[in-house]
Write a protein that binds this ligand. Structure first.
Ligand SMILES: C=C(OP(=O)(O)O)C(=O)O
Ligand SMILES: [Mg+2]
Length: 399
């Protein structure tokens, strides 16, 4: 019996030391689910709205919880998510906050899985999931909004595409992270870490590309499988006055497209996220036209896990991949709709963490449940390894 008996919300800490929303849901039969909202720093302007935590909790207590307790069934995820939309009454969750909404939505799914006695990925994806695993994209070097005085490009990501198992892939990314740290120290850098645990040295993009190539090649040799790398340019954060600002250097849109295409060819990049501004569908389409046959061009701030923006991108040939962040849209149903629209349209979904995270492991299960080819959830750091270790456990059949 999956009738909701109680929904409790509380503020807890995220990995940046900021407050975030945690939800506990209990069902009448004793089922229990707990989930917490993540939080972005380089947020897209079209994302659902994250409200200050106390306000989000108070608004959800007033508007959403009375419609859920004793009235809704966690086994019916769409019903739960529709109730959240109705309780909110806005287009972008600006009343109850996408942070309250996503915590409740994910906690409901976990409570339903608990009642069923099944792992979350099976409740969400069905009995035949759990045999194939996403390739983890591991953040190795970065800057942008995630670290001061570091690279303008937000993330340089290892991609162990030849790994024979999820466990090998996770360990390979950690080894690339360690190797890159050694290479940086050899060059006299004493790098701090950014918000996601990536090294955040004060180096140029050129040097970061060289170190990534060297670290991935060296770990590929010792592990015996192919490891490529990719980027999250997070270009909306670089775009000012009609140009992309790299420290003192500035690139026009045409130069930015040329630069990214050149890096794709030179380093055989397997993945490029947000290479252009979040409203530049045409620039994305031009780059996809040039190099989309040899790499993934992924929209994060461009699509914000939103099916309407994704549909526009598909129509305009803007990319061939979408980043999927449940808190960008506010519910699991909307998230899965974006994944499924992408898959039907030949776009690869990449399930993703946020820079502010908790120990919550929902996205690991979501990636397995949707058979997503990639997950982006860091390489090191407790809130990142929580997801990576959960993937290892799922791979082991012990989640
Ligand atoms: C994970 C990311 O960062 P944030 O959570 O800060 O948006 C990203 O841009 O892909
Ligand atoms: Mg991004």
């Amino acid at each position: 019996m999956t009738l909701i008996e109680s929904v409790r919300l509380r503020p807890i800490l995220d990995s940046r030391g900021n407050k975030t929303v945690e939800a506990d849901i209990e069902t009448a039969s004793g089922g229990f689910g707990r989930a917490a909202a993540p939080s972005g720093a380089s947020t897209g302007e079209h994302e659902a709205v994250e409200r200050p935590v106390e306000e989000a909790i108070a608004a959800a207590r007033e508007h959403a919880i009375p419609r859920l307790e004793g009235a809704a069934y966690v086994g019916d995820q769409r019903e739960i998510d529709q109730i959240l939309h109705a309780a909110d009454g806005t287009e972008d969750f600006s009343e109850i906050g996408a942070n309250s909404a996503v915590a409740i939505s994910m906690a409901a799914a976990k409570a339903a899985a608990d009642v069923l006695g099944a792992p979350l990925y099976q409740h969400l994806g069905g009995a035949f999931r759990g045999r194939s695993f996403p390739t983890p994209l591991g953040n190795i070097i970065g800057g942008g909004e995630h670290a001061a005085e570091a690279t303008a490009i937000q993330e340089f990501l290892a991609a162990p595409i030849g790994a024979p198992s999820i466990r090998d892939a996770v360990f390979a990314n950690a080894a690339v992270h360690q190797t890159a740290g050694e290479l940086l120290r050899d060059r006299g850098e004493a790098p701090a870490k950014g918000d996601e645990g990536a090294w955040a040295p004060s180096i140029t993009e050129d040097v970061a590309f060289e170190i990534m190539a060297e670290a991935t090649d060296s770990v590929a040799d010792s592990f015996g499988f192919e490891i490529g790398f990719g980027l999250d340019v997070a270009a909306a954060e670089l775009y000012e006055d009609g140009a992309y600002q790299y420290g003192t250097d500035s690139k026009s849109t045409a130069e930015q497209i040329e630069y990214v295409a050149e890096m794709v060819r030179e380093y055989d990049l397997v993945y490029v996220e947000d290479p252009l501004d979040e409203n530049d569908f045409d620039g994305f389409a031009e780059l996809t036209d040039q190099v989309g046959d040899r790499t993934l061009i992924c929209g994060d701030d461009l699509f914000v896990t939103n099916t309407a923006r994704l549909a526009e991108g598909i129509e305009r040939g803007a990319a061939n991949s979408i980043l999927i962040k449940p808190n960008q849209i506010g519910t699991l149903s909307d998230t899965v709709d974006a994944v499924e629209l992408a898959q039907r349209s030949g776009y690869d979904p990449v399930i993703s963490h946020r820079s502010g995270e908790t120990e919550d492991t929902t996205i690991a299960h979501l990636a397995v449940a949707t058979d997503a080819p990639f997950i982006k959830t860091g390489a090191v750091g407790g809130e990142r390894t929580a997801k990576l270790n959960e993937l290892i456990r799922i791979g082991d059949g012990t989640s």
